[in-house]
Design a protein around this ligand. Sequence first.
Ligand SMILES: Cc1ncc(COP(=O)(O)O)c(C=O)c1O
Length: 369
Amino acid sequence: MSLTIPIFKLQYSDSDRAFLKNGLDKILDEAYLTNHSFVRAFEQQFSLWNSSKYSVAVNNGTTAIESILRGLDVRGKEVIIPSNTFIACAVAVLNAGGIPVLCDMELEYLSIDPSHVAEKITRNTGAVLVVHIGGIISPSIITLKKICDDYGVPLVEDCAHAHGASYQGVRAGRAGAAGAFSFHMTKVMTTGEGGMVVTEDEKIQRALQSVRQFGKTEQNATMHDRDGSNFKMTEMQALMGLLELQRVEKRIQKRQQIAAVYDEKLKGSSWKTWSAPPSGVCPYYKKIVRSPVPREKVEETLNKNGISLTGGVYYIPVHKQDVFKNKFPGGEFKNTNSFSAEHFCPPCYPELELTEAEKICDVLLTIAK
Ligand SMILES: Cc1ncc(COP(=O)(O)O)c(C=O)c1O
């Protein structure tokens, strides 16, 4: 049976297309295709939207994390990350010359477990990376920040899932030293590939402007005094970002409505859904559900009904990735191991109809009440 509810859909209206065509004309008139006026405009508007002081655009979410870590100079130091994350986090640490140290997760809001961080943080810790899974900022970020402050270690936020998220009124990326956003195709905002770093610290902003351009000095474009690379964003990516800023609030609202359908229909059943905490706002990059039956059965039944599952967050945690095998013993990641085996993500994107989310719930309830 062909799938009628796909993993993901992305649509652009006529007015979206007109905005892009018009912008492309301007870019071609300026004939300056990278890291120029559209990138500056996107950075300024992103800062306004996120209530951040500074934004630095880069070419993807992985290099957004890497450039923060390079800016903080973690070379030779340990960087604490959750094992329940995308492999990009570990890659970014390694590329910045750091040593990834993995921690387990808490199950309430799916964030890195602060008590595990407290056990692993040392004088040689260069940064702690917190990942807002599915767009949920866990209340445990308060404890995490305190642990980091006590050790004088910068807290870095991976906001790849968390555009528009907040906890107690504080937007994603504003709790620690800096936050890294991804604009990959499936994200809450997309530029195809792309990333943004937000920070309140002018020193970090300046460092990242240098890092993304091969570590060049401000005074002399041909003299390089820091460990940099080429992380620049193109003008076409920035144009798409400007469009996304115009439509992101509406698109987040739709994601929240879909998430509410899952919560409402599955309430009181054996299907547990994860939601934003009280005082939290979540854009629901993913709606995360724990299955009471083996996940293969869920996938098979949904597929039979024309419904496909979106990728999980995450089925294979970092410590189980082949490339890191034998580096990180699995025993201490109890919560990560159970969560990665039991959860799944039903479709949740603005192009999904609310009636489709209802249908998905109806099918799930035929598997288990
Ligand atoms: C949690 C997390 N961090 C980082 C990234 C990397 O972002 P990108 O794909 O833009 O490099 C992703 C992306 O998919 C992600 O899910």
